[in-house]
Design a binder for this molecule. Structure first.
Ligand code: RB5
Length: 148
């Protein structure tokens, strides 16, 4: 599994923790920035990660900012991306099983690193359940294509 990861300054510290986790797990990833704790604009990073996932260059994306909200809003503007802001493991699992979320949003200022890693672990391990959920996700895709 190839993972695209990104953060703004508000998520920079947590991104270092998540990167270490991905490395320890032997997971392939690319960091789309920001590459320093200096202030930057989260949409720039969100669009880069979301577009890389939408193109199929990466299987999943992880976006971190202060709250995770701005990153998730921006990523969801990219067709083909289903970004889910998850601050508990149940939502993380459901976002995969029911919504086929391909981008995970996290807020460094909302949860601690221990919970964040449990969420990342849960989200990466969970699979889309398909069946009736496929029909529902297809309706979102149809809407994006202007057909609904
Ligand atoms: C930056 O201060 C903060 O606004 C950003 O990290 C994020 O929380 C936006 O949604």
């Amino acid at each position: 599994m190839k993972i695209a990861i990104g953060s703004d300054h508000g998520g920079w510290q947590l991104k270092q923790v998540v990167r270490r986790f991905l490395e320890e797990e032997g997971l392939e990833y690319r960091d789309f920035g920001t590459h320093s704790p200096e202030s930057c604009d989260y949409p720039d990073i969100a669009f880069a990660v979301a577009e890389a996932v939408a193109r199929g260059d990466f299987d999943r994306g992880i976006l971190i900012c202060g709250t995770g909200i701005g990153m998730t809003i921006a990523a969801n503007k990219v067709p083909g991306v289903r970004a889910a802001l998850c601050h508990d493991t149940y939502s993380a699992r459901m976002s995969r099983e029911h919504n086929d979320a391909n981008v995970l949003g996290l807020g460094e200022r909302v949860i601690g690193p221990g919970l964040a890693l449990e969420i990342v672990r849960t989200w990466l391990a969970a699979s889309f359940a398909g069946e009736r959920h496929r029909r529902r996700v297809d309706k979102i895709l149809a809407r994006e294509r202007g057909g609904l």
